[in-house]
Design a protein around this ligand. Structure first.
Ligand code: FMN
Length: 293
């Protein structure tokens, strides 16, 4: 919601197990909860069974999501262990069966998110063409191999190659840090959209900054107190503050990452185990900071 307020055009939830969801798992259902202010919002599923993926996709459609992304890029052990996520990059036959089954079972806007390939074997062009042939609405590429994880640099030239190879929209994901890198990625690859991950955690305004940069406009980032207080207000408005305390602490620590001489404050945030203590701490700190400016 904070990213939407700061210019994100759409949002994607974290990945959810298709097996868990189709078996009626309450954890999976809880993970899929969303608020209207996040829309347009995509769910993302992982799985290697065409039956479970198709059934889970139908549930996602019934929940009112605006789109569904199929994960073919996650390198986490718990995902690879079930042959899903990035493991699908090593088996295009299974990937095709899974994606085809989902496409036939829902009318939702459907995308898939891939990597360059498993190791040195770069299969992304083959996967892009497959996505197009199967009738997907777009393809999202995080241009690193599975073996790379998050190391090294994202290979933006591969995004350009994919754009040349397919007729469906290509969305790029990787290493956009600010408005300038966003502008360079768009110009260099001609991609149709960009997904921003890590930098949004520290700078949720990176979306407005990116849009301004693409238009050649100056951008003034919001002041930190504004970001923090908006975030706290959103948690309270949606009444999730008590359930989300550990995650709220993590997000606040990300926002505070660039603040100089704030080690003591960060330690205090880490030590807050009640919502009211955390809120009081932030409000006291940031109303002071606002007053100083
Ligand atoms: C904490 C974290 C969680 C992520 N979760 C997902 C996920 O659930 N599904 C997914 O497709 N990618 C996930 N990613 C990968 C990002 O979507 C993105 O492709 C990658 O971080 C590269 O983009 P960036 O340089 O903008 O972060 C995650 C990344 C991070 C750092």
């Amino acid at each position: 919601m904070l990213c939407r307020q700061y210019g994100a055009q759409w949002t994607v939830q974290g990945l959810v197990s298709a097996e868990g969801l189709s078996r009626g798992g309450s954890k999976s259902e809880r993970l899929l909860r969303f608020f209207p202010q996040e829309r347009p919002i995509f769910a993302q599923l992982f799985g290697a069974s065409p039956f479970a993926m198709a059934a889970a996709a139908q549930q996602v459609e019934a929940m009112g999501f605006d789109g569904l992304d199929l994960n073919c890029g996650c390198p986490e052990k718990k995902v690879l262990r079930v042959g899903a996520g990035a493991a699908l990059m090593a088996d295009s036959h299974v990937a095709k069966t899974v994606v085809g089954a989902v496409r036939r079972s829902v009318k939702l806007v459907l995308t898939m998110k891939i990597r360059l390939g498993w190791e040195n074997q770069r299969t992304f062009l083959q996967f892009g063409r497959m996505a197009e042939d199967l009738g997907l609405d777009a393809i999202i590429l995080h241009p690193r191999t599975v073996a790379q994880g998050f190391s090294g640099q994202a290979d933006w030239d591969a995004v350009g190659q994919l754009k040349q190879a397919v007729g469906i929209p290509v969305v790029a994901s990787g290493d956009v840090r600010d408005g300038e890198s966003y502008r360079q990625l768009i110009n260099r690859t001609g991609c149709d959209g960009v997904l921003i991950g890590r930098s949004a955690l520290r700078h949720p305004w990176v979306f407005d900054e990116s849009l301004a940069s693409a238009q050649g406009e100056d951008f003034q980032p919001p002041a930190l107190p504004e970001v923090v207080l908006r975030y706290l207000a959103l948690l309270e408005e949606t009444e999730v503050e008590a359930d989300c305390l550990p995650l709220a602490r993590l997000h606040l620590l990300s926002f505070l990452h660039d603040l100089p001489r704030a080690a003591a404050l960060r330690a205090k945030v880490g030590a807050c185990h009640r919502w009211n203590t955390l809120k009081d701490l932030m409000e006291t700190q940031f109303s002071q900071l606002e007053a100083e400016h």
